[in-house]
Design a binder for this molecule. Structure first.
Ligand code: ZN
Length: 392
């Protein structure tokens, strides 16, 4: 970190990257170099300036050669939600590589109509088999409540299922290769470099997607039984080794820029973003397979860390040149503090909480290093969004 950042750090204050808008208390690992630039910006430079993507596609083709084209099974599994990344993954696999995939979806039952339509069309557009899994209604309700109160993430079950169920199917169907989309912790915050070629593993699933919790933590709570969570049991090492399962991120080998992907998938396949604007960010092409992701779910992130989805989106867009830093700061100030009234009603109807109960439980998740309580019981933050022009 630079001198001014260090000064702030030493007094326990938050500071921001001098290039984008990520804060020093970013939810996953982040570092700052001597000039005050974050690891997310540094890794983005690899993506936009250093890597020869033609060469890296060849690395990928060599990597998959021993696994594909056997002719008696699926070549790979593609975990898909129906989002723009899912379309791009399937486009690469079927149209560019000519492989036969099995699409696998862990359906969280929170889809916006646009997202459901995108998902339903995939089997026809790409002429592929598609396996979709739903959790039963009562278990789903219990999981929403348990996730909210135990982990501060009402859609914990989705993050678990998305990174568990397709791996279970890979073992059941004896298909070693899973092709995931964008590698996590790379473009967003630079916790890993593109040169690390990370793969999806049990460690990532448990520590990041599941926030350190596992299905065993839920059994016996909120009347959740073990057989409510069969979908969440990750295969054993022995089962994974027998099939030779590997979780490859296509975003390690193919240029993965969200605006470019959205444009291409819209033009080629008529992929649809959200029809109306979000309250909590300005991008309309993310989160549509979970209508609460950028609503009540993101509000909890705001309680825990003092920033929300717009900070992530704007930082990515500064790095890709879509936004100036000044524009990004304006958007963050506009969107991050907005109360999620758009999707809250649906979630309260689903789970049976009152709005007062929701607010009270959210307050329990507020990080008291960030949030202060005023004399009238109102919450305020004293050092968030005081982005100086040349930010600390
Ligand atoms: Zn940065």
């Amino acid at each position: 970190m630079n001198k001014e950042q260090l000064k702030r750090y030493n007094t326990g204050k938050i500071f921001w990257c001098v290039k984008c808008v990520v804060p020093s208390n970013y939810a996953q690992g982040i570092e700052f170099d001597d000039s005050g630039v974050c690891s997310g910006c540094r890794v983005a430079k690899e993506h936009y300036e250093e890597i020869d993507w033609v060469e890296w596609k060849n690395k990928f083709l060599n990597l998959i050669k021993p696994y594909v084209g056997k002719g008696n099974n699926y070549d790979c599994i593609i975990p898909v939600s129906g989002g723009k990344d899912s379309y791009y993954q399937t486009h690469i696999v079927t149209k560019e590589l000519g492989l036969k995939p099995l699409l696998v979806t862990f359906h969280g039952d929170n889809y916006l109509p646009e997202a459901q339509m995108n998902l339903d069309r995939m089997k026809h557009l790409f002429n592929v088999d598609h396996h979709i899994f739903h959790v039963g209604k009562e278990a789903l309700l219990k999981l929403h409540r348990a996730g909210f109160e135990m982990t501060g993430d009402m859609t914990w079950y989705m993050h678990s299922g998305i990174f568990t169920y397709p791996v279970r199917v890979a073992v059941m169907m004896k298909v070693p290769l899973l092709f995931w989309g964008e590698p996590p912790g790379v473009n967003r915050n630079g916790m890993y470099s593109h040169y690390d070629f990370i793969e999806m593993t049990r460690k990532f699933r448990t520590e990041h997607a599941q926030r350190g919790f596992d299905w065993t933590d839920f059994v016996g709570k909120y009347n959740i039984k073990e057989n409510d969570m069969l979908w969440a049991k990750y295969p054993s090492d022995e089962e994974l080794d027998t099939v030779g399962v590997r979780g490859i991120y296509l975003g390690n080998y193919f240029r993965w820029e969200q605006h470019e992907i959205t444009k291409k998938m819209t033009e080629l396949y008529g992929w649809q973003p959200k029809k109306t604007p979000y309250q909590r960010t300005y991008r309309i092409f993310g989160g549509i397979d979970d209508m609460h992701e950028i609503g009540v779910h993101d509000w909890l992130k705001f309680m825990k860390f003092g920033y929300g989805r717009c900070t992530d989106d704007a930082s990515l867009d500064v790095r890709s040149g879509v936004l100036s830093r000044k524009e990004a700061i304006g958007l963050v100030k506009k969107h991050d503090p907005v109360y999620p009234s758009e999707d809250l009603g649906r979630w309260l109807d689903l789970t049976g909480y009152t709005k007062e109960e929701f607010d009270q439980i959210c307050d329990k998740w507020r990080n008291k290093k960030i949030w202060n309580k005023g004399s009238k019981g109102d919450w305020y933050k004293d050092n968030i969004w005081d982005f100086p022009e040349n930010s600390l």
